[in-house]
Design a protein around this ligand. Sequence first.
Ligand SMILES: Cc1cc2nc3c(=O)[nH]c(=O)nc-3n(C[C@H](O)[C@H](O)[C@H](O)COP(=O)(O)OP(=O)(O)OC[C@H]3O[C@@H](n4cnc5c(N)ncnc54)[C@H](O)[C@@H]3O)c2cc1C
Length: 403
Amino acid sequence: MMNITNKNILISGASIAGPTLAYWLKRYGFTPTVIERVPQLREGGYPVDVRFEAVQVARLMGIWSRLQQEKTTIEEMSFVNERNQRISRVNIQAVPKALDVEVVEIMRGDLARTLYELTKDEVEYCFGDSIQALKQDEAGVDVTFERGGSRRFDLLVGADGLHSIVRTLVFGDEAQFERYCGYQVGVFTTDNYLGLGEASIQLYGVPGKLVAVRSTRGNQTLAAFFLFKQPTKLRYDYHDVERHKQLLAEVFAGEGWEVPRLLEKMQTAPDLYFDAVSQVRMERWSHGRTVLLGDAGYCPALLTGQGSTLAMMGAYILAGELKVALGDHKLAFPQYEQVFRPVVTQEQKKAGANARFLVPATPAIERGRRLLPMFYSRPSRLKDYGNVLPASGTIDGKREPGI
Ligand SMILES: Cc1cc2nc3c(=O)[nH]c(=O)nc-3n(C[C@H](O)[C@H](O)[C@H](O)COP(=O)(O)OP(=O)(O)OC[C@H]3O[C@@H](n4cnc5c(N)ncnc54)[C@H](O)[C@@H]3O)c2cc1C
């Protein structure tokens, strides 16, 4: 291998983008270190899609068949009324099939665990810590950690999500870059007390509000999803889970169907995720020796269903450009942005239409049928960066063990 510079790279965030980047950097001869705020890998959460070129990335990483083993299967979406009667239905499977799109739906935590396990023996992971302060100069980045101590790295990557600490420290307050989409979301898991089968998702909508339930993990667990229109952004502490529960309970108080029982279940749920539905839009994704990846740099908003796909594609492209530039970030970072920004821009445009489908004035099935293909429209083609891109339909492409 030719000599590369800037080998020591710190990645903040160990969800989807961070470990995918760590995998490719390691494979190309760099030495990535990953720091993650939570003390251990977060399990479960909610199902996400891996689609399009991210499927190719997964194949190249040798994890496509594992993702398929762990996938959650959903065949249809049923809208129900307050008496639990089905009023309309969308065949979810038919759309990707008709469009010839490869997609796997998997719990975010299972995808993150797969990526972590693929890299953990070769990459240094530091859980339960966060960057507290940093200083860049011509030759490197000095990073101070919350739990004490400091280290110097050649480059820094913020793969730490919508509320990225790297973005705040390097680019400034997140309010400058957040585009609030006008919705608030709450997701949690509970026992499958409804006895739902895996294949269907039930949705209950009243104007401006949507509640959805589906079973996951061999029908043991019920994932509940609450989405509501909220024209002005709510102000609350991101870490105050009791406040999140109170807000959701207030907004959905008095609603019919299973809502009262679900709100009761939420009170003891271990994993409530509550956040604004927002995009991140930035004029530049890099500054000096720091670059942003995934939701930290260009969150498309969960309503596009493309966040994980963009995180994996972005990681592959960023690592590929660093490889091609032999680690020269002054060449690689702008190139990563030039290649990937058009894809991101296209995806971010879709959030509004998807929101209108999910939270319509009425549960209008015809509109749903027309708009559903938007979830699956193709983002772009991948560059190969010296890898043999597998043809679609192959199992795992040319599988390579580990890194
Ligand atoms: C309810 C919901 C449904 C979704 N559905 C879909 C879907 O169907 N399809 C899809 O593709 N996407 C979906 N998404 C979006 C998807 O989860 C994200 O876009 C994707 O996870 C982005 O990956 P990421 O690694 O960039 O960021 P994240 O997954 O947000 O990960 C960021 C990581 O950084 C860590 N972190 C945060 N702060 C710090 C810090 N200070 N120091 C160190 N680490 C830190 C976090 O703990 C986390 O592990 C959904 C999201 C939500 C909330």
